[in-house]
Design a protein around this ligand. Structure first.
Ligand code: ASP
Length: 441
């Protein structure tokens, strides 16, 4: 019998998880049961993915750079990557602004709903901590992000999943120095990293065997911990505006893929789908990164010289879904609270949402922290920030799930575009977890 493709298994896991979660919400003590006995398996899965992220980035980036043989190529890839990342993000924000100005989702929100949302969330610790986090970020100087990118202790950087850019910095430094000592002398180190790279990719295959069950657990937990359905309904127009914008982004990526790489965009989406489904289930592009790398390299055919740099950098700085959401959310909040935004304000949103999405961490809920900075940039009163965030808090998790899918799809699209432009988009070569199993069984 033909084996069911991984993305179908994951999708089935997700759907069963949603129904199980719904059923558990109606059972006495169901939510607690899911929290105690189901959710831990989802957490273990996310931890396993995070566990291999740093070794994978290091091994694959060293391999990518040492395969280059020529440093100027790296500069080429780097500049194109950053350029296209900025371009796609500006497109995303513009689409968001355009839609929110047409749909005006904030106009229909009644005073009563605003009061209810404010009472429920404005003083909640989650909203307050997001505002606090944003204040901490804002208080640092303009070049702080460059200072933060340089680690003062390589081991410390590698032991911190949030220090992904520091790890990338160290690894590029290492890889370039390896090129400079010449192929012969760098060979032992290169062989070591090549082998490590294969091992970690095998670990991804093994972890993915567990994916369908893990997404069941993750989604069941999302459902039992979701908010009052009445509040969700009041925000439906806003949520649809965000989701509509995200769907337009998918079409935009498909056009890019088809025009610039000449690959069939539907085939592209199918190859990427396990990573997208995980992005949806985990709400974290950082946790999804190992799977994104595996899919883009083995199933889409992007050479490691490109993917090893473009994808980890993209997971941290390229967030098209997040920036689109920030634009829509900022304008929605302004509309609902009667705060007028001029055209110049909207242009400011484009710039700050671009910077904010670069600064957002690739973890659940991070986009909301930077939204505070976007709101402040257009002069939104500080005393109303908590009310503003309270307005969108109820639907933030589902929208986070959706925007993370777009963040990951954007990274993969740009990786394919850059690869094609430097002649590094080849044929896919998928590997299975049991390719060598017979030899060791
Ligand atoms: N959860 C998103 C990500 O990991 C970031 C965000 O928009 O909150 O890509």
């Amino acid at each position: 019998m033909k084996k069911l493709a991984l993305h179908w298994k994951i999708l089935i896991g997700m759907i069963v998880g949603i129904f199980f979660g719904l059923w558990m919400t109606s059972v006495d003590g169901g939510a607690k049961f899911v929290g105690n006995w189901i959710n831990p398996f989802g957490n273990i899965f996310v931890k396993l993915l995070k566990l291999i992220a740093v070794p994978l980035i290091i091994a694959s980036l060293v391999k990518g750079i040492s395969d280059l043989k020529d440093i100027s190529k790296f500069k080429n890839i780097g500049l194109r990557t950053i350029g296209i990342y900025i371009g796609t993000t500006v497109v995303a924000i513009t689409i968001g602004l355009f839609l929110v100005n047409i749909a005006q989702p904030g106009e229909g929100i009644s005073e009563e709903t605003i009061t209810k949302l404010t009472e429920t969330y404005a003083n909640s610790s989650s909203v307050q901590s997001k505002i606090q986090e944003a204040t901490n970020q804002k208080n640092s100087g303009p070049l702080q992000f460059l200072v933060d990118m340089v680690p003062d202790n390589a081991m410390k950087a590698m032991s911190n999943n949030k220090a992904m850019l520091q790890v990338i910095f160290f690894t590029i430094f290492l890889g370039i120095s390896m090129l400079l000592i010449g192929e012969k002398r760098a060979k032992p180190l290169k062989d070591f990293f090549d082998s490590l790279n294969e091992v970690v990719l095998k670990m991804v295959d093994l972890i993915m065997l567990f994916a369908p069950y893990a997404v069941f657990a993750l989604l069941a937990n999302v459902v039992v911990s979701s908010n009052d359905p009445d509040l969700l309904l009041a925000l439906l127009k806003y949520a649809f505006t965000v989701v509509g914008g995200l769907l337009i982004m998918v079409i935009f990526y498909m056009i890019l893929v088809s025009v610039f790489t000449k690959k069939n965009p539907l085939w592209f989406l199918k190859q990427l789908s396990p990573a997208q489904l995980l992005a949806f289930s985990t709400s974290s592009s950082a946790a999804t990164l190992p799977v994104t790398m595996e899919r883009v390299e083995e199933h889409i055919g992007v050479d490691k010289e490109v993917s090893s740099f473009v994808l980890p950098v993209g997971a941290t700085i390229n967030m098209d879904g997040t920036s689109l959401y920030q634009a829509v959310a900022a304008v929605f909040i302004a509309q609902a609270l009667g705060f007028d935004l001029t055209f110049a304000n909207q242009l400011t949103i484009i710039l700050t949402a671009l910077l904010a999405s670069i600064g957002s961490a690739a973890v659940p809920g991070a986009g909301m922290v930077m939204l505070v900075i976007v709101l402040e940039s257009v002069g939104f009163p500080a005393d109303k920030l908590a009310i503003g965030l309270a307005l969108i808090f109820a639907v933030d998790r589902p929208l986070d799930m959706c925007r993370t899918v777009i963040n990951v799809t954007g990274d993969a699209t740009v990786a394919s575009l850059v690869a094609k432009s430097v002649g590094k988009l080849g044929e896919p070569n998928p590997k299975e977890w049991d390719d060598n199993y017979n030899e060791v069984k």
